[in-house]
Design a protein. Structure first.
Length: 383
């Protein structure tokens, strides 16, 4: 039978975590001959290639690589070139899939064959599978607090110079209770989880590549990831945005289908990379308030205000009494985004915002109140 799911795992110097991620896929209850795993290596120097070659998998496993690091977008596209499945599942090298993972994805795709199906935000609990000597002091304290109740903490960790495994591939494959002892809840507040799971506005933000499944034909139709995104951040939302423009629906799996392997924060890049945001605005222009709003209220900093503003703006256009305020709000966001991306004349920018604020003054609708807030936030971009 033909491959149904191609699991693409991009990696760069994550050999320790990747060994557990591959072991977790050994436990899948979905038939092994119906999925494949493609490890796409972005120029690792930590023995990743040798580790993959030595791994004895019961599922089809392919290793592809590029000799020099080109970024997350390019390496995922390289993996996509080798994919054979009807659907592509993107997973990170630090994602531990639970045994029912692929079966759960399949259930959602059977009901919604053209949809993007995301493990975000309900599968974002973390696990300390390794102790890292370069954890920050606060990260070490937190790790100690999680491991101590299960007697997994060792005083010698504080003096460790190398990564210390806490969970082994055998623990994963044989499903021992070790993993359960190192899991801790996600740090994402429940209110933020609720906002991410809501798809009434900006549903494309569900496309988070830690764990997401997409029909391969749709990925090819939109051209995969934009390889202009080299630095960390927004490359997945950019792809989601393009799929959204094709009217592709988005669903989040309510079931927990895996865990994130915790690592030092500095492994991550800047969540909202300003250069990548400029690329998005340059690509799509300044007519979409959902993109323009990124410049004033970054979702990574205040998701609730971000989504609330979009909802109020949408409602504002539906009513004759608030439509003029909604137009002003949309104009304010466009002005702010143009200034952010193009660094337009500062004084002209301030004068335009001042006019908007004067027009908004005295209006009593919710749209008008949000407008005044957005105008003030926009003004702060140059102060």
């Amino acid at each position: 039978m033909a491959i149904r799911y191609s699991i693409i795992i991009p990696t760069y110097n994550r050999a320790h975590q990747l060994s557990l991620t591959l072991a977790a896929l050994e436990t899948q209850t979905y038939p092994k001959h119906l999925f494949e795993v493609i490890v796409a290596d972005d120029g690792s120097t930590d023995g990743t290639k040798e580790q993959i070659q030595a791994f004895q998998s019961s599922y089809p496993l392919t290793y592809v690589s590029q000799t020099e690091q080109r970024g997350r977008s390019a390496i995922r596209n390289l993996g996509l070139q080798h994919a054979k499945g009807l659907y592509v599942i993107f997973c990170d090298a630090d994602f531990l899939a639970l045994p029912e993972f692929i079966r759960t994805v399949r259930q959602y795709h059977r009901k919604n064959p053209r949809a993007v199906v995301s493990g975000f935000p309900h599968s974002f609990a973390d696990a300390y599978t390794h102790y890292y000597p370069d954890f920050s002091p606060s990260e070490k304290d937190h790790c100690r607090s999680i491991l101590t109740p299960s007697n997994l903490w060792r005083p010698e960790f504080d003096a460790a110079n190398e990564i210390v495994p806490l969970v082994t591939p055998d623990d994963i494959i044989h499903q021992t209770d070790t993993l359960s002892k190192v899991i801790f809840p996600t740090k994402i507040p429940p209110s933020v989880i609720k906002q991410f799971a809501s798809t009434d506005v900006a549903p494309w933000m569900l496309l988070v590549t830690r764990c997401v499944s997409i029909r391969r034909s749709l990925l090819n139709r939109v051209g995969g990831f934009n390889e202009r995104f080299v630095l960390y951040g927004l490359e997945d939302w950019d792809l989601g945005y393009r799929l959204h423009r094709l009217k592709v629906p988005f669903y989040c799996m309510k079931e927990v289908v895996g865990y994130h392997q915790e690592h030092p924060t500095h492994f991550r890049g800047e969540v909202l990379n300003t250069e990548n945001l400029k690329i998005m605005l340059e690509t799509y222009g300044f007519n979409d308030s959902a993109l323009n709003l990124f410049c004033v209220v970054p979702p990574s900093a205040d998701l609730q205000t971000y989504k609330k503003t979009l909802r109020i703006l949408r409602r504002g256009f539906r009513s004759r009494t608030t439509r003029s305020s909604a137009r002003l709000l949309k104009k304010t966001l466009r002005i702010a985004a143009k200034h952010f991306a193009l660094q337009t004349d500062v004084e002209a920018y301030k004068r335009s915002l001042a006019r908007i604020q004067r027009k908004a003054k005295g209006r009593k609708s919710r749209v008008a109140r949000v407008l005044q807030d957005m105008a003030q936030r926009s003004k702060e971009l140059v102060e």
